[in-house]
Structure formats: structure tokens, C-alpha cells
Design a protein around this ligand. Structure first.
Ligand SMILES: *Cc1c(COP(=O)(O)O)cnc(C)c1O
Length: 574
């Protein structure tokens, strides 16, 4: 970086000397403290096996890691899951902010003493819970630079690099993931913007809300004013599967199209209805088949029913890789239906969509190798912050018609007017998202894609798929266990089979105990899901979600050993 600090000091130093205790760190203090923070993170990553030269150290000792340095250190990781009790940290923190500046050492002491015990180690190689939230060295450095520049990228004009880097890295990612051209920003450098485009949003949750708002606007424009005047809003329906992410219902709640997560008493599949008859809005949760995929014949029936009743299908949200069990909806069927009824198809590929960077996995993710079903989608998103080594937050959101999005979200107060925006030659990302302000998120994604290279990113994903296949074979080889759903990419759902005479409820209880016992070792963290089982009651199952930045074969073997051992001692636990 070519900033010469001596050149920055030309302003008269005391002209605006603060009258109070206000004072910034000096360059030396900042470098010293910053070096400590970086060393802290480096030690942490080293112990977790997240840095390359620590591979051997971790393979021999995956369970507990400790730190030898004398100063500011992350402490000892004795449990992946934080062992804090509710209120532990609150009880230790003062009620007021300090009046006088505190020394740096006081802060680092408290990070060690107060904060680290309350941290769950998401970057630990034994973290198999939920879905991963990858971090990586280049991404951390990208975040650091973004924080350091402190840029607000709401408009192109407020920091052109923030917008233009985002445009290009998202096009890199679109091509890498094989997304159809309708989701690209440009087809050549310097070329005109295409009809479609992309933006980095905070989360997949924001993506579905943004998609819904665009879909609603498009529906209202299509219906014209007469259809929804007289204070009688038209009923707007949203369709998704019973296994879709909760963010779909939440988006409908935020958009005022659903009252909340409670089902309608008369219609088990309708959630939070608002209004009545043809004025009724709400979310229809379509049941899934045994693979966790939305039953498209039921989706079609629900849509047609609503149309007959005078309601308007606004959004179909299909999931590519459900959170609970990696079920994949039939995108072609959902897209065809959406086309027929002029509804918007949003494809939520939060975790699984990342795997599309490996050509051989596209069929599993989108239903066909050439991603052709996505030609029927209006928007699609996935999360590099889950499984592509990019720190939270980073959701890649792609839209086929950028105008549909900006016409729903653009608003230009006079103080933001500027010549570049007026020229129409630039993208102003504030019109593509909920908030006005935005961070320089493209930096970390750019750092990650360049540091690992696309072949490195693909190897990372492929290794996790291989490990999940390995774990699947472990489960199949032990007849006390069964797969609770077909393995999807790097997620394996499994459970202990009910023993003879055991009720469904007892079997669930036994599996919950197994999960608790495995997590209590501190070496690993798994989470559970409750999966529908056709006409039978839903079942409690364990999920092994592989995708951590530092997770390797030794950790998958180790967690299976723990699971087997804990299963063996279950009888003595009760
Ligand atoms: C994790 C997940 C989400 C939510 O992701 P955020 O980016 O945290 O909002 C949404 N949909 C699916 C299918 C997910 O797995």
C-alpha cells in the first residue's frame, strides 16, 4: 500500500486540537494493537488447523487445542460449543461505558477472560452443526481492508470501486457456477449492462425478501390500479415447501403479506392468512415427498385453487438444498407453473448453490447439468458465507430482470442526486437492497477467489462431498443406525434405529440423548432436525453437516468414533 504517513501530516497538527480527552491511537499504537489482533487470530487458526502449516498438529490431536503464547491468546478450546450459561457474560459486564479511555491491555484481557468462554467455535474442524459459516485468512484480510477503508457503497458515486468490483466478482461467480447468461451483469468488459444482474446482499433471508418485494411490484403493475383500488387489496399468495427456510415466512411477514408463523385453523397448509376470500394473502406451505422435495402436483393444485378464488400467485420460492435435510425441489416444474401464472420464481440455494461451482454437482443442485431450469427462475441466490471460504456476510443474489428489482426498491432523495446516477451509466446498489448503506463486501470475495483460485475452491467442495460419502458408508455399515434421508451433497441425516418395542417417541428421545452425549465430549458439535415421515409422525434425526474451513477426514473419522461410543453407552445415561 503506497500511503506514506509522513505525507498525511501536512495539516497543522494543533489547529483543531480537541478540547476534551479525545485522542486517536498513534500509528505505532495502532500497528502494535493490530499486530496483536492478527497474531491472536493466527494462533486461533493455527490451533484449529485452519492454516496450512498446522495440518499435522491437528491431525494428531483434533480434540482439544491450546495456545502457548504468553500475551493476548485465544485460550484453550476444550469444547466446540460454548459452555456459558445464560447471563454469564451479562453478569460480568459493567452497566456503564467507561468515562475515561482504557488501555489496550484492559481490552485484550477481557477478550481472553470474558469473551472467549462465550464463543462457540464455528471454525473448529469438529463443527458439524447447522450449515457451516466459513472463514478463511484471505477473507479475514479482505474484511479488514473493507473496515479500514470504511467505505459506504450505497451509490456508484460514493465509491466507484465498491460497486464495480462487486459487479465483476459476481460475474466471475456466475460463470464459475454455470448460471445462465440471463443472470450476468455484462458479457464483456466495458460492455453494456445486460437485462439481468447481481448484487451481494447480507443474507439469503434478505434475498427472499428482496425477491418478494420485486415480485409484488411486478404483480401490481401487471394487474393495474383498478384491480386493487377501493381499499381492497388483492389477495397475494406465496408458495414454498413445508421444508423451506423460515426466512420465506418471515419475508412475507415483513412485506405485510402474512400475519405470522401460525397455521390457519381451517387450512393446515396456509400460514398467517391476512384478509378473506379473494382478498386473502398468506404463505402456502406445500408438503414434501420422502426426498424432502416439494410435491409439485400439490403445488399446482394450490396455485390453481387460489387463481379460481380470485387470488394472485405472487411468488413461488423453490429450495435447492433444504436446511433440514438437503431436499431439492423440482425447479423445472416450479418454474413452468410460475410462468403459466405470471408468478415470480425465486430459487433459494443458500448452501447447496455453492456446490454449483463444481460442474459435476450441478445436476444434483439445480436438476440438470446445464442449469437450464434456472432459465425459468426470476432470481436465485446462494451464500459464499456458508461454504465458499468467505466470512459472513456474503449472499450472492442474481436476478433476471434488474428493472423489476430496482422499480420496486429505487427511491432517490434529493441529497443523493448526482450526475453519474442521472446518466444511467452506473449501477447504484442502494436500489437493489433493503438498506441504503452498504459495506465493501466484494473485497473479501475477490481476495478469496484470487487466493484459492477456482480450482482450489472446487477441491474444497469436492473433499467435503467425499467425506460425506465416507460418513454415509460408516452409517450404513453399523446396523444400529440408519440414514434418515438420502445424503445431499455434504449433509448426512441419520439416526439410531428404534430398538424392539420402542415407541416413536422413545426412539426420538434416544436420538436426542445421543446428540447430547456426542456434543458433551466437547470435541464435536452436531445439531438435529425433525423430518416429516409421510403419514407417520415426524422423526428426530441427527445432522452431520460437513463444510468447515478446517474439517478433514481425521475429524469425520473421529466424530464417527464418538458417535459409536456414545451410542454404546446410551443405556447407562438414562
Ligand atoms: C441457511 C439458509 C438460509 C438462511 O441463510 P442466511 O444467509 O443466514 O439468511 C436460507 N435458506 C436456506 C435453504 C438455508 O439453508
Amino acid at each position: 500500500m503506497k500511503v506514506d504517513p509522513t505525507q498525511q501530516a501536512h495539516a497543522t497538527p494543533h489547529a483543531h486540537a480537541p478540547a476534551s480527552d479525545f485522542r486517536h491511537m498513534s500509528r505505532e499504537e495502532f500497528l502494535h494493537a493490530g499486530g496483536e489482533v492478527l497474531a491472536f487470530i493466527a494462533d486461533y487458526y493455527q490451533a484449529l488447523g485452519l492454516l496450512s502449516d498446522a495440518v499435522e498438529a491437528t491431525t494428531t490431536k483434533p480434540s482439544s487445542v491450546s495456545f502457548a503464547r504468553a500475551s493476548f491468546t485465544p485460550g484453550e478450546v476444550t469444547s466446540v460449543r460454548s459452555l456459558s450459561k445464560p447471563g454469564d457474560l451479562l453478569g460480568a459486564l459493567p452497566m456503564h461505558a467507561p468515562t475515561q479511555p482504557e488501555p489496550w491491555r484492559a481490552l485484550t484481557d477481557d477478550v481472553e477472560k470474558l469473551i472467549m468462554p462465550g464463543v462457540t467455535h464455528w471454525q473448529h474442524p469438529g463443527f458439524f452443526g447447522f450449515f457451516p459459516a466459513n472463514a478463511s485468512p484471505p477473507s479475514v484480510l479482505g474484511e479488514m481492508l473493507s473496515a479500514g477503508l470504511g467505505v459506504q457503497g450505497m451509490l456508484w458515486a460514493t465509491s466507484p470501486a465498491c460497486t464495480e468490483l462487486e459487479i465483476r466478482v459476481l460475474d466471475w461467480l456466475a460463470r464459475l457456477a454455470g448460471l445462465p447468461e440471463r443472470f450476468w451483469n455484462q458479457s464483456e468488459p466495458g460492455g453494456a449492462f445486460l437485462a439481468g444482474g447481481s448484487v451481494i446482499l447480507t443474507t439469503a433471508s434478505e434475498a427472499v425478501l428482496v425477491a418478494l418485494v420485486a415480485a409484488r411490484k411486478r404483480a401490481l403493475d401487471r394487474l393495474g390500479p383498478t384491480q386493487y383500488s377501493d381499499n381492497a387489496p388483492v389477495g397475494m399468495m406465496i408458495y414454498t415447501s413445508s421444508q423451506a427456510h423460515s426466512s420465506v415466512i418471515k419475508a412475507a411477514m415483513v412485506a405485510g403479506l402474512c400475519a405470522g408463523p401460525t397455521p390457519d385453523a381451517h387450512d393446515a397448509n396456509l400460514v398467517g392468512p391476512i384478509g378473506r376470500g379473494s382478498h386473502q394473502s398468506g404463505v402456502r406451505l406445500i408438503p414434501v415427498d420422502e426426498r424432502g422435495a416439494m410435491r409439485t402436483e400439490l403445488l399446482q393444485a394450490a396455485v390453481e385453487n387460489d387463481v379460481r378464488a380470485g387470488r394472485v400467485p405472487v411468488l413461488i420460492c423453490a429450495t435447492a438444498g433444504t436446511t433440514a435435510s438437503m431436499g431439492f425441489d423440482d425447479l423445472h416444474a416450479a418454474g413452468t407453473l410460475a410462468r403459466t401464472h405470471s408468478a415470480w420464481l425465486h430459487v433459494d440455494g443458500a448452501m447447496a448453490g455453492v456446490a454449483s461451482i463444481c460442474p459435476e454437482l450441478r445436476k444434483e443442485v439445480w436438476g440438470d447439468e446445464r442449469c437450464e431450469s434456472l432459465n425459468l427462475a426470476d432470481s436465485v441466490c446462494f451464500n459464499p458465507h456458508k461454504w465458499m471460504l468467505t466470512n459472513f456476510d456474503c449472499d450472492a443474489f442474481y436476478v433476471a430482470d434488474r428493472k423489476a428489482l430496482t422499480s420496486a426498491l429505487a427511491i432517490a432523495p434529493s441529497y443523493l442526486k448526482n450526475a453519474a446516477s442521472d446518466s444511467g451509466a452506473v449501477v447504484d446498489y442502494r436500489d437493489w437492497q433493503i438498506a441504503l448503506g452498504r459495506r465493501f463486501r466484494a473485497l473479501k470475495l475477490w481476495f478469496v477467489m484470487r487466493s484459492y483460485g477456482t480450482s482450489g475452491l472446487q477441491s474444497f467442495i469436492r473433499e467435503h462431498i467425499r467425506l460425506a460419502q465416507l460418513f454415509e458408508s460408516f452409517v450404513r455399515s453399523d446396523n444400529r443406525f440408519e440414514l434418515a434421508a438420502p445424503r445431499g451433497l455434504s449433509l448426512v441425516c441419520f439416526r439410531l434405529k428404534p430398538t424392539k418395542g420402542q415407541s416413536a417417541q422413545q426412539a426420538d428421545g434416544m436420538n436426542a440423548k445421543l446428540l447430547e452425549a456426542v456434543n458433551a465430549t466437547g470435541r464435536h458439535l452436531l445439531t438435529h432436525a425433525v423430518l416429516p415421515a409421510g403419514a407417520l409422525p415426524a422423526r428426530y434425526v441427527l445432522r452431520l453437516s460437513i463444510g468447515g474451513s478446517a474439517t478433514r477426514e481425521v475429524h469425520v473419522r473421529s466424530v464417527w468414533e464418538d458417535i459409536q461410543r456414545c451410542a454404546g453407552t446410551l443405556g447407562t445415561l438414562s
